[in-house]
Unconditional design. Structure first.
Length: 112
């Protein structure tokens, strides 16, 4: 089987766009692939389809990006916090691995 992209990282990059006027190194990498809306907040989140353990899965692309860059899977209670507050951003420099409760606190603080 021939793969379209040499690595998962290249596949992730192929589905991103850096908005005009933003720096490639410090700006958001906006996901241009599929996304889904949160039922609670209505925010859109990036999605990627993958085969894992012989099964088709739909995963959050920002989680996959962070795990790919760091080389460590994201644990169940962990999630990437978007430091840039752009939920469609997959720039690993804009994502911080935090506990779910920390992320929820930060979300509430930023809404006020």
């Amino acid at each position: 089987m021939t793969r379209k992209y040499p690595t998962l990282f290249h596949r992730l990059l192929a589905n991103t766009k850096i908005p005009e006027g933003q720096s490639e190194t410090s700006g958001c990498w906006v996901w241009t692939g599929k996304s889904t809306a949160s039922k609670r907040s209505g925010n859109r989140y990036p999605r990627i389809n993958m085969w894992l353990d012989g099964k088709h899965k739909t995963l959050f692309a920002h989680r996959v990006m962070l795990a790919t860059i760091e080389g460590v899977p994201i644990q169940t209670q962990e999630e990437p916090d978007h430091l840039c507050h752009n939920t469609m951003c997959v720039n690993p420099d804009h994502l911080e691995r935090v506990h779910h409760l920390v992320n929820k606190k930060r979300i509430r603080r930023n809404k006020s």
